[in-house]
Design a protein around this ligand. Structure first.
Ligand SMILES: [Zn+2]
Ligand SMILES: [Zn+2]
Length: 220
């Protein structure tokens, strides 16, 4: 598994898949800050073919775009409303291109539960949805866990959580998704590259066979 990093067909996205249309499925990549999610996405971008689309993180778009960070319950709810709707819209746009086999979502709608200042019931009521409905959006959830120690995987100026907070958020994210039938967890491992390789390996299993051939040939 650890040889994935060294066998990357860097910059090569082209696959010979003859399909014009795929049955598109959405996969969530989630995890607390600093766990390595961003690095996994970066690798996925380079490793997988053009039929794997990446939906960017809505919270980064919202906060990176200047949405105010407020600690008050009203402020937190307002931010989560914005993030939820941006997430929903990002997925809609990604689904429009029917060529994608997989839409890899940098977090999903239920991540909002980890930040919601109220009951789960009030979250679903707010968005006029249900747990089942939100779970059914996604074929699988890949959770990249935050390690016990701060390894400094990610330097993101948009983030301001401390390690303890990051772990707490990671736990809440795990809670938010735990009733999904396919939660694939990438445990904190001895080496960062092993962790990346495990994540890519898990994601690779989610790519339909028609789009996997070029990956096989990329291996020694
Ligand atoms: Zn492909
Ligand atoms: Zn294909």
């Amino acid at each position: 598994m650890s040889n994935v990093a060294s066998t990357l067909p860097t910059g090569s996205h082209a696959c010979q898949c003859p399909k014009v249309r795929h049955q598109t499925k959405r996969i969530v990549l989630t995890g607390g800050p600093g766990g390595g999610k961003t690095a996994v996405l970066e690798m996925a971008r380079r490793y997988f073919c053009q039929h794997v689309a990446i939906a960017p993180e809505s919270a980064s778009i919202v906060f990176g775009g200047g949405f105010p960070r407020s600690g008050s319950p009203q402020g937190l709810r307002a931010a989560q409303r914005a993030i939820f709707h941006v997430q929903d819209a990002l997925e809609t746009v990604a689904l429009e291109s029917r060529q994608s086999a997989v839409i890899l979502c940098d977090r999903g709608t239920l991540d909002g539960l980890a930040y919601w200042p109220g009951s789960r019931e009030s979250f679903f009521k707010e968005f006029n949805t249900s747990l089942e409905q939100e779970l059914s959006r996604y074929a699988a959830v890949v959770h990249v866990e935050v390690p016990a120690l701060a390894w400094g995987y990610e330097k993101n100026s948009i983030r301001n959580e401390s390690v303890a907070q990051a772990r707490a958020i990671d736990e809440r994210i795990a809670q938010a998704w735990r009733s999904h039938p396919r939660v694939l967890t990438v445990k904190a491992q001895a080496g960062f590259l092993d962790k990346l390789a495990s994540a890519i390996e898990l994601l690779r299993e989610e790519i339909p066979p028609c789009c996997r051939n070029h990956l096989r040939s990329a291996r020694p």
